[in-house]
Design a protein around this ligand. Structure first.
Ligand code: V47
Ligand code: SF4
Length: 379
């Protein structure tokens, strides 16, 4: 690949990428602060195609946020409510069954479950959320709870994280989503979400989950008060745990949406910032197989572009998303498989439906079987 780069520092970093060498913290900060979008995109696309060829993955999924009542008050969150708020809600068992049956009727292979930390609900209630979903549709994969929730369950039961995860697995938990990561830097975290699980706890939960055989995802919330050094530190902390466990599947950079939050005076990240974050993630996370351009958050057009800036996955049909829509996201609340196919084809990529564990889905209408895990080149 021929690149015209005049800055000798950036040239050295680009040479490392092309040679498949790992980037350091300093390399990452240099790229974040000095590389233009075009260079980041060219390098990230090179790595993306080396790992995942021309494929772009999606899944057929549905979201369920069982309650928005939450004891915490993260400053970036527009979703949470106090118990007595007009917008507070909590699902009944019948509502859970109805939601999963609705997903099943639409052919969903996955249900993504996260919510608030409801101080009047016991651990058994949260366990029952998983159990009821699993008993209603055992074939649907349950991707549920962030370390913030798992550590809350540990706090209210006084039981170790491992015990909590084992109970959840027994009830039907299949994997964990990537939320609750925000920014790991302790000072930034103190300013945006002071009381909730700290970064050590976040990593303890994922490490324990990986040791129990669960796969999980990881995220980073960018575009608020953090700076380049915090973003790169965040990515390197994730890369370090991945070296140890290989349990992460996908990384999802998440742009902060300020509307209806305590940080509403901040400006939302623009498309250039979004694409830069997708590309930087691809370049720093050399041991992650997949980078997800979450279309709900990016918008469909930026998600299409992101497929040439390092991303190889667009998430899924995502029916019933609330966290971003409460914070002002203007994207639709869901997309059909046909729309996702069109989005991916128009971006020049080949759509492949995957299940949560990145196995190829072979579909007949609303029913499916899965093939072998899809091959990604580890370089
Ligand atoms: O942890 C909350 C973020 C996350 C806002 O694993 C906000 O496949 C922007 O983790 N503006 C939850 N972001 C969503 C999440 C996720 C999404 C899609 C796929 C997967 C996966 C995981 O959303 C939270 C927080 O970082 N968030 N409020 C907001 N106003
Ligand atoms: Fe609660 Fe999660 Fe919102 Fe924080 S981000 S206030 S933990 S629902």
């Amino acid at each position: 690949m021929s690149l015209s780069i005049h800055d000798s520092g950036l040239r050295a970093v680009a040479d490392k990428v092309l040679a498949g060498e790992r980037l350091s913290f300093e390399d990452g900060v240099l790229l974040d602060e000095r590389a233009d979008l075009h260079l980041l995109g060219q390098l990230a696309n090179f790595v993306r195609e080396r790992k995942n060829g021309n494929f772009a993955f999606y899944n057929t999924n549905i979201h369920l946020n069982p309650t928005n009542v939450c004891v915490y008050r993260c400053r970036f969150c527009a979703f949470r409510a106090d118990l007595k708020d007009e917008k507070a809600y909590t699902f009944t068992d019948d509502m859970l069954r109805e939601r999963v049956l609705e997903g099943r009727a639409a052919g969903a292979t996955e249900i993504h479950v996260v919510g608030g930390l409801h101080h009047k609900k016991s651990f058994d209630w949260y366990l029952d959320v998983v159990r009821i979903i699993h008993e209603t549709c055992p074939e649907v994969h349950i991707k549920a709870w962030t370390p913030v929730e798992i550590s809350w369950f540990s706090f209210i039961t006084k039981k170790p994280l491992q015990w909590i995860l084992e109970q959840m697995i027994h009830a039907g938990l299949g994997s964990m989503p990537g939320g609750g990561a925000e920014i790991f830097d302790e000072e930034v975290r103190r300013q945006i979400c002071e009381h909730k699980a700290d970064s050590d706890v976040w990593f303890d939960v994922h490490r324990t989950a990986h040791q129990l055989g669960l796969r999980s995802n990881a995220t980073m919330l960018y575009g608020h008060i953090e700076q380049a050094r915090h973003r790169i530190d965040h990515l390197i902390r994730l890369r370090t745990l991945q070296d140890e466990t290989s349990g992460f599947q996908t990384f999802i950079p998440l742009a902060f949406h300020p509307e209806n939050t305590e940080l509403s005076t901040l400006k939302k990240a623009d498309g250039v910032f979004d694409l830069r974050m997708v590309a930087l993630s691809r370049l720093m996370l050399d041991n992650f197989d997949h980078i997800k351009a979450y279309w709900i958050m990016l918008g469909q057009q930026t998600a299409q572009l992101a497929l040439s800036y390092g991303a190889d996955d667009v998430d899924g049909t995502v029916v019933h998303e609330l966290i971003y829509h409460d914070a002002g996201a203007k994207t639709p609340e869901g997309m059909t498989v046909e729309q996702l196919h069109r989005l991916i084809h128009e971006a020049g990529r080949i759509p492949v439906e995957r299940d949560t564990l990145y196995r190829k889905v072979i579909r007949t209408g609303r029913d499916w079987t899965v093939g072998e895990p899809l091959k990604t080149t580890r370089v």
